[in-house]
Design a protein around this ligand. Structure first.
Ligand SMILES: [Zn+2]
Length: 332
């Protein structure tokens, strides 16, 4: 675990210094193009220092206020002049603002005041990514709502689909459900999602769409296949896991969105069943969202798990049934 924290710390340092170095390079280039800017910045720094000095060293209240007011108005004029030069050069106002990957914590991993500091969501997300190794599973840049293409789904209705919709109409409806889920993610009443249907029908793609959109909204997401998830938990229970500690186990209950992929393909034992029930049940009681995707239909799930788990799912999930022909075969 210490290793992971160190790695994340290093990542933050690297991305911060990269952002700051970019600003320095831009500044240097600007100063060369317009030496007046360098002079103004120097003057702004000097004024700032004067203000600090007056706050510390001038004892007389009214005298201090007067000096500071004077210095502030000089400062305002300097900033005004700088803005005018920027405008004349056609440079956007935020040109010298560092572009951090997380604007909330400015790539420090910490938010809040010194007394109320806590880890930023981006920090929790990084820890989850390392622990659950989901960097490899995620394909978020390629698979998101923007790249989602419903035209690969057939418009042909078939009796075998058991639906009055074509696969394309069906996927359009599921997409709307998924987008609404993201939109109302923070509301307690929003039901969790379950994707059922065969392989190659877009379940994983749509899970990735949801994962990316939820993360972009600032929430944490944990994504894992049912099999690996159960292995991790079982190793942890036996005390066999070095990487997976109590705080990581807790994330299964605390993370904003838990995505369990491929439910119903893993080995099941009584112990595994009760772990799964405990996770689902605790999260549902807390109003925390889950996205389950499975190749099995509900009847098969009853046989695979038990009535208890399936009832929990039926009552608290919105179920989306994927059908059609395997897209991976069609594209070959
Ligand atoms: Zn952050």
């Amino acid at each position: 675990m210490q290793d992971i924290y160190r790695r994340i710390q290093r990542e933050y340092e690297e991305s911060r210094s990269k952002a700051l170095a970019e600003v320095d390079a831009r500044k240097k280039e600007l100063y060369e193009r317009e030496p007046e800017l360098a002079k103004i910045d120097e003057e702004i720094q000097k004024q700032g220092l004067e203000i600090t000095k007056s706050v510390i060293f001038v004892d007389d209240d009214s005298k201090r206020e007067e000096i500071i007011r004077e210095l502030n108005s000089v400062m305002d004029r300097l900033k005004q002049k700088k803005a005018e030069i920027f405008a004349k050069m056609g440079i956007p106002e935020d040109y010298l603002k560092p572009s951090f990957s997380c604007s909330l914590c400015e790539d420090t991993g910490i938010v809040g005041s010194i007394t109320g500091a806590k880890p930023c969501n981006c920090f929790r997300q990084k820890v989850i990514n390392y622990t659950y190794n989901q960097a490899q599973i995620f394909n978020l840049e390629r698979e998101n709502f923007l790249t989602f293409d419903e035209s690969v789904f057939s418009e042909e209705k078939k009796p075998a689909y058991n639906s009055d919709k074509s696969p394309r109409e069906n996927i359009r409806m599921i997409r709307e459900i998924a987008e609404k889920f993201v939109e109302r993610f923070g509301e307690k009443e929003t039901k969790s999602l379950m994707f059922t249907g065969g392989t190659g029908l877009g379940k994983t793609f749509l899970s990735n769409c949801v994962a990316k959109a939820v993360m972009d909204a600032g929430y944490t997401v944990l994504y894992q296949t049912a099999g690996l998830l159960m292995d991790l938990i079982m190793d942890y229970r036996k005390g066999d896991s070095e990487r997976f500690d109590a705080s990581q186990y807790e994330e299964l209950f605390e993370v904003d969105l838990l995505i369990i992929d491929d439910l119903g393909t893993e080995n099941v034992t009584e112990a595994r069943r009760s772990e799964l029930f405990n996770i689902l049940n605790t999260r549902i009681l807390k109003g925390k969202k889950i996205l389950i995707s499975t190749n099995r239909d509900l009847k098969e799930l009853v046989n695979f798990y038990d009535q208890r788990i399936v009832s929990r799912i039926l009552g608290n999930f919105q179920i989306c049934r994927f059908f059609g022909s395997d897209l991976r075969l069609a594209s070959k």
